[in-house]
Each structure stands twice: as structure tokens, then as C-alpha cells.
Design a protein around this ligand. Structure first.
Ligand code: HBI
Ligand code: FE
Length: 297
């Protein structure tokens, strides 16, 4: 893409299609913090306040601690420079601005270098509950607090490194499921109960309750190969959540040699999002009432 044609001042509120012209080879753009409007800060405030009310007793301790130590508050969209200052000291991560979804290899390259690409735009008031591309609320509120945790910090870097390799080996769909069912939609069994650590849930008003309180979804103990064989839903609540007993489990995952696993994954079954298998350690067997409502009569 020809960066010279991109109008740098025109970058807020860009959604689908906006990323078509990459402003630079690594797709980063200035956050343009000074250009956010009062209305945009107000959308952030609405999202921040309703989510912050919901998370006590639902988000895991690491999330709450990360959030507390960061310059993230209700009144304004956070400034990535200030987030990066704090993150850098704690775990060596930075937050860089991108216009929306970026190509897989660009995404991985950033993660491998401990740069988290965050959308700089914020959803419109009519999109509070769902949008297709990650915006600043999902990326900053959902992901950045967990990047303060050293285990998650290393795991996401390893995912970036592994992503580049998986792509070369044609195994990206399988690896992406690990990210999906952990970093985005993971649950954690804390001493005091099931908690959220996945950013896709932590930033969602509706799913943060559904994932813990609904009897509809399955909650199954995380198993790496099982997860890599399991398709996921991108446009609705998950039918199954995978549960870690300890975030430290991710530490082992970032050191695993996926080579032999990729070999095995070349054959054998693939599972649907709602499948429950005989070998699963089932924490809650979902009723399926949300995704598969029973017909009357
Ligand atoms: N780009 N900005 C952004 N954020 C993501 O989470 C993201 C992306 N590009 C590709 C991507 N995720 C993935 O689907 C990979 O994890 C496979
Ligand atoms: Fe995300």
C-alpha cells in the first residue's frame, strides 16, 4: 500500500475498510489522542463505568490488579504513551496505535516484539454491545490490564513468535484457537470461584455475565490439543469456555514445541464449538438453551 496517499489527520472512527490503505509498513499510526472529541470520550466513559460495575467478583485478581496500576479511568480515553510508560516498567510491553484489524503477520510481528497493537478509534454510541473490529475499548480495557501480568506478557509474545511459524507451516487456524480460547475468552478457576481473564469477555457487558452465570455454555477444563481441534464462534457468545486452574499453565504453553503437535493435528477430529467429549473434564455441562433453544411441541 502506498502510504503517501493516506491522510493522517483522518483516522478517527474508521472501521471496516479504513484499514485498506496501510499508513506504514507496520500499520502503526499516531494515536492522535488530542483529536478525540468530547463525544468519543463520553462513549468511553459509558463503557468504562458500566463494565467497572460488573467486574468485581467476575474478573480475576490479575485483571483487577493490572487495571488498578494503570492510568485507565472513566473520564477519558487513555493515552497510549502513558500506558506504555507503566507497562514498559512492569513487563516491557508497549501499546501502539493501529487503525483496526491488521494482517496476521503484522499482528504477530508486533506481539513478538512486545508491542500490543490497539485500535485508536472508539465505537459509535449505537455499537456499544457489538462491533466487528477491535476498538480502543476492547484493546485497552480488555487486554492492557492482563499485559501487566508477567505470565500473560510472556505468553502473548510467544504467541506472536509462534504465529509466524504456524503460518509458514499452514497451522495458523489451530494456533489461533489457542489465543481465542485463552487470551480472548479464557476463564480461570480462582480459589474463590470462576473468574474472567479473557479480554473479549472482560470488555463485553453481556458476555461477562453470560460466561459465568448462564447455564447455557459448557465450561471445560483447558486442554491444549482439545482446544486446537475446536472451532470457535466469532459473532456470538461462545458455546464453550475453557478454564485454567492457574495462569501459570500458560507459562508451560509458551515453552512447548508445537512441532510434534502440529504433526498430530494433521489428522484426527475437529470439534464444533458446542461439543462435549468423553475425555473432557467438565466443570459445567451447558444446557445449550442459548444457542440451541428447544422447540415447543
Ligand atoms: N489485528 N488489530 C488486530 N487485533 C487482533 O486481535 C488481530 C489482528 N489481526 C489478526 C488477528 N488478530 C488474528 O486473527 C490472529 O490472532 C490470528
Ligand atoms: Fe482482542
Amino acid at each position: 500500500p502506498d502510504s503517501s496517499t493516506v491522510e493522517r489527520s483522518d483516522k478517527h472512527g474508521l472501521a471496516a475498510g479504513a484499514a485498506a490503505a496501510a499508513p506504514s509498513p507496520d500499520w502503526t499510526i499516531p494515536q492522535g489522542w488530542e483529536q478525540y472529541t468530547a463525544d468519543e470520550h463520553a462513549v468511553w466513559k459509558t463503557l468504562f463505568e458500566r463494565q467497572t460495575r460488573l467486574l468485581p467478583g467476575r474478573a480475576c485478581d490479575a485483571f483487577v490488579e493490572g487495571m488498578r496500576a494503570l492510568p485507565i479511568g472513566a473520564d477519558e480515553i487513555p493515552d497510549f504513551r502513558r500506558l506504555s510508560d507503566v507497562l514498559m516498567k512492569r513487563t516491557g510491553w508497549q501499546v501502539v496505535a493501529v487503525p483496526g484489524l491488521v494482517p496476521d503477520e503484522v499482528f504477530f510481528e508486533h506481539l513478538a516484539h512486545r508491542r500490543f497493537p490497539a485500535g485508536n478509534f472508539i465505537r459509535k454510541p449505537h455499537q456499544l454491545d457489538y462491533l466487528e473490529e477491535p476498538d480502543v475499548f476492547h484493546d485497552v480495557f480488555g487486554h492492557v490490564p492482563m499485559l501487566m501480568n508477567p505470565v500473560i506478557a510472556d505468553f502473548i509474545q510467544a504467541y506472536g513468535e509462534g504465529g509466524l511459524r504456524a503460518q509458514r507451516l499452514g497451522r495458523l487456524p489451530q494456533l489461533a484457537r489457542v489465543y481465542w480460547y485463552t487470551v480472548e475468552f479464557g476463564l480461570l478457576r480462582q480459589r474463590d470461584g470462576l473468574r474472567i481473564y479473557g479480554a473479549g469477555i472482560a470488555s463485553s457487558y453481556t458476555e461477562s455475565r453470560f460466561c459465568l452465570e448462564s447455564d447455557s455454555p459448557n465450561r471445560i477444563r483447558f486442554d491444549l490439543e482439545r482446544v486446537m481441534r475446536t472451532r470457535y464462534r466469532i459473532d456470538d457468545f461462545q458455546e464453550t469456555y475453557f478454564v485454567l486452574d492457574d495462569l501459570e499453565e500458560l507459562l508451560a504453553l509458551s515453552r512447548i514445541d508445537f512441532g510434534p503437535l502440529y504433526e498430530r493435528l494433521g489428522s484426527g477430529p475437529e470439534y464444533d464449538p458446542g461439543d462435549v467429549l468423553p475425555q473432557d473434564e467438565v466443570i459445567h455441562r451447558g444446557s445449550g438453551s442459548y444457542h440451541h433453544p428447544q422447540q415447543e411441541g
